[in-house]
Write a protein that binds this ligand. Structure first.
Ligand SMILES: O=P(O)(O)OC[C@H]1O[C@H](OP(=O)(O)OP(=O)(O)O)[C@H](O)[C@@H]1O
Ligand SMILES: NC(=O)CC[C@H](N)C(=O)O
Ligand code: SF4
Ligand SMILES: [Mg+2]
Length: 545
C-alpha cells in the first residue's frame, strides 16, 4: 500500500457528520424505518465489483411482544471499533471492558496512526484490564482509528496468545487487521485449500483464513476482496477490518451474531457487538449492521458507505443472545434484551406456576426473568443470592473443575430471605447443570424449605456451531436426560423449562428469524457437512519433503 498521508495530526471532524458520499457507495441516509431491513432482491453475486444496498436500517420494535411498556428498544467474543477520534485506543479499551462478559480468555487492540501510516497491535491473554494494565500499553497505540476484541475461543487453542485477536497482517497492499465474533464451519477445508496453494498459517484460529482469502484475492479494491473472501465463508461472522485509512464492518448473511453502529458527538463512528459499549463511550445508537451487509467508513471524509455481501439468506439471529449472552441494558437485533428476559420470565410463570413464598434470581443473568416471573405470579421478589463480581462467568470458563469451584466462590446465599421459605429460583438457562445443582445445595444449606427451579429457556440439547463454545452434546445435561431426570440430578423439588413452543409464541412472526438450534437442533447451516476434514496425505510426497 502506498505510504499516503490520509490526514494530518490537526484533522478534525466537524458537523454535519459526513455519513453520505456523493457516489454510488452512498448510504443515502441513516433514517430509521419501521420495517425490518431487507436487501433488494435479487442481490446478484459479485466477484470483482461491490454491490451496493439501498437504504435501510431496522429499528427497535417491529415485534409486538417486545413492544411493552418499556423503553423500546451477554457468549463469545466481542468486537469494538472506532474511527475519527483522537482517543481511539482509549475508547476501544473502555468499549472492550464493557464487552468483557462476551469473552475473558484474551483481549487486544489494533490502532492505525495517521502520522506514521502504520497499524500497531497490543494483544494478551486474560481480561482487558490485565492486558492493558500498564499505562504504556495504550500509549503505544496512537491513531484516530482502532478495532478491538475480547475472546472466548470457539476454534483454535484457548490459552494461546497467537490466537488472541485482532490479527494484524502485512501483505502486498499494506497492513490489514481483523477481529471476529462467530465461528466458521468450513475453516478446516478452506485452510487446507489455502495451504495447498502456499499459505503459511500463524495461528490455529478459524479467523485467520479470512486474512488469507483476502490476500489471495485478485479483486480490487479491498471492499471487493472482502466480499470475495466472505463468499467462501460458511458460518457465523461479525467482523471488523482496519486499514490505514478505513474501517469495515461486516455481518454474515444469516446475521447470527450482533453488530451495531453508533456515532459520538464529535462525529466519530463506532461499531460494537452490543449497544452497552456504545452507551459507555457516549455514542448514539444508530442501527444494526444488517445481515449480509458490509459498511465502510473512510477516514478521509468520514463518509459511511454500504454494500451487500451476497444474496440475502433468511435471518437467523442467535436467540441465546437475548436469553443469556448480551447485557440486559443492550439492544440486540434491534430488541431490548431486558424486555425479552422479562417476557420470558412472565411466560414461564404462566406456563409453570408454583405455590411459593419468594422468587429469587440466579444473578446476574437470571435477574430480569425472575422479575418477570414474580410480576406475573404475584410472588414477592427477593435477593436470595449475592453475586461476587470478582469472579468471571462460569459458563465461559473452559475447564469443568474450575467451573465447579467458581460457582461456589461466585454465589452466596442470603439466609434471611431463604430460611424456612418455599423458594422459586429462576435462571436463564441450564447447560451442563453445574450451576443449578450447586445452587440447589446452597439454598437448602441456607435453610430453604422447598426449592423450585424455573428456567427461562428451553432445555439445551444441541451444541452451537455459530460462535458459542457450548459443550459437546454428551455434556449437555438435557441431552442426557429428560426434565424429571435433570430435576433429580440437580436435587430440586420441582423443575420446569420454558417450552420451545412458548418461546416461539413469544417471538411471534419473528420466530423463524431467530436461530434456536441449541434447543431445537434445527441448524440453519448443517454442521455435519463440516465435520473435520481429514487430509489424505500422500506419504510419498511427504518423503520428498
Ligand atoms: O448449567 P451450567 O453449565 O452451569 O451453565 C448455565 C449457567 O451458566 C450461566 O451463568 P454464568 O454463571 O456463566 O454467568 P452469569 O453470572 O452472567 O449468569 C447461565 O446463566 C447459567 O446460570
Ligand atoms: N466466540 C467467538 O466469536 C470466537 C471467534 C473465533 N472463532 C475464535 O475462536 O477466536
Ligand atoms: S445454536 Fe444456540 S447459541 Fe448457537 S447461534 Fe443458534 S441459538 Fe445461538
Ligand atoms: Mg447465570
Amino acid at each position: 500500500m502506498a505510504a499516503t498521508t490520509y490526514f494530518t495530526s490537526s484533522f478534525t471532524i466537524e458537523p454535519p457528520y459526513l455519513f453520505t458520499k456523493p457516489s454510488p457507495l452512498s448510504l443515502r441516509h441513516l433514517a430509521f424505518s419501521p420495517k425490518a431491513f431487507s436487501f433488494p432482491s435479487p442481490c446478484l453475486s459479485l466477484r470483482s465489483q461491490p454491490r451496493f444496498s439501498p437504504l435501510f436500517a431496522s429499528q427497535p420494535d417491529t415485534n409486538p411482544f417486545f413492544n411493552e411498556d418499556f423503553d423500546k428498544p451477554r457468549e463469545e467474543c466481542g468486537v469494538f471499533g472506532v474511527i475519527g477520534d483522537p482517543d481511539a485506543a482509549s475508547l476501544c479499551y473502555l468499549g472492550l471492558q464493557k464487552l468483557q462478559h462476551r469473552g475473558e480468555e484474551g483481549a487486544g487492540i489494533v490502532t492505525a496512526d495517521p502520522e506514521s501510516n502504520k497499524l500497531q497491535a497490543v494483544t494478551g491473554l486474560g481480561l482487558v484490564t490485565d492486558v492493558f494494565a500498564s499505562p504504556e500499553s495504550l500509549k503505544s497505540l496512537p491513531g484516530t482509528m482502532a478495532i478491538g476484541h475480547v475472546r472466548y475461543s470457539t476454534s483454535g487453542a484457548t490459552a494461546s496468545l497467537k490466537n488472541v485477536q485482532p490479527f494484524l497482517a502485512s501483505y502486498r497492499f499494506g497492513q490489514l487487521a481483523v477481529c471476529h465474533n462467530g465461528n466458521l464451519l468450513n475453516h478446516d477445508k478452506l485452510k487446507m485449500e489455502l495451504e495447498s496453494r502456499g499459505s503459511i498459517f500463524n495461528t490455529s484460529s478459524d479467523t485467520e483464513v479470512i486474512l488469507h482469502l483476502i490476500a489471495a484475492s485478485t479483486s480490487r479494491p479491498l471492499l471487493s476482496r472482502i466480499i470475495e473472501a466472505c463468499e467462501s465463508l460458511e458460518g457465523a461472522y461479525s467482523l471488523l477490518f482496519l486499514t490505514s485509512s478505513k474501517l469495515y464492518a461486516v455481518r454474515d448473511p444469516f446475521g447470527f451474531r450482533p453488530l451495531v453502529l453508533g456515532r459520538r458527538p464529535n462525529g466519530a463512528v463506532v461499531f460494537a457487538s452490543e449497544t452497552c459499549a456504545l452507551d459507555l463511550v457516549d455514542a448514539k445508537y444508530l442501527r444494526e449492521i444488517n445481515p449480509g451487509e458490509v459498511a465502510v467508513v473512510d477516514l478521509a471524509d468520514m463518509s459511511l458507505s454500504s454494500a451487500c455481501l451476497m444474496p440475502p439468506k433468511p435471518r437467523k439471529a442467535c436467540i441465546f443472545e437475548h436469553i443469556y449472552f448480551a447485557l440486559p441494558n443492550s439492544i440486540v437485533f434491534s430488541q431490548a434484551v431486558y424486555a425479552s428476559r422479562l417476557a420470558f420470565g412472565r411466560a414461564l410463570a404462566e406456563e409453570s406456576p408454583v405455590q411459593a413464598d419468594v422468587v429469587i434470581p440466579v444473578p446476574d443473568s437470571g435477574f430480569f426473568a425472575a422479575l418477570g416471573y414474580s410480576q406475573a405470579s404475584g410472588i414477592p421478589f427477593g435477593q436470595g443470592l449475592l453475586r461476587s463480581h470478582y469472579v468471571g462467568r462460569t459458563f465461559i470458563q473452559p475447564e469443568q473443575h474450575i467451573r465447579d469451584l467458581s460457582v461456589r466462590l461466585k454465589l452466596s446465599p442470603v439466609g434471611g430471605v431463604l430460611k424456612g421459605k418455599s423458594v422459586v429460583v429462576v435462571d436463564d438457562s441450564i447447560v451442563r447443570g453445574t450451576t443449578s445443582s450447586k445452587i440447589v445445595r446452597l439454598l437448602r444449606d441456607a435453610g430453604a424449605r422447598e426449592v423450585h427451579m424455573r428456567i427461562a429457556s428451553p432445555p439445551v440439547v444441541g451444541s452451537c456451531y455459530y460462535g458459542v463454545d457450548t459443550p459437546s452434546e454428551g455434556e449437555l445435561i438435557s441431552n442426557r436426560m429428560d426434565t424429571a431426570g435433570v430435576c433429580r440430578q440437580i436435587g430440586s423439588d420441582t423443575l420446569a423449562f420454558l417450552s420451545l413452543s412458548k418461546l416461539h409464541n413469544l417471538l411471534g412472526e419473528e420466530a423463524p428469524t431467530f436461530c434456536d438450534a441449541c434447543f431445537s437442533k434445527n441448524y440453519p447451516i448443517p454442521p455435519r457437512k463440516y465435520e473435520k476434514v481429514v487430509e489424505e496425505v500422500d506419504e510419498e510426497s511427504l518423503m520428498e519433503v
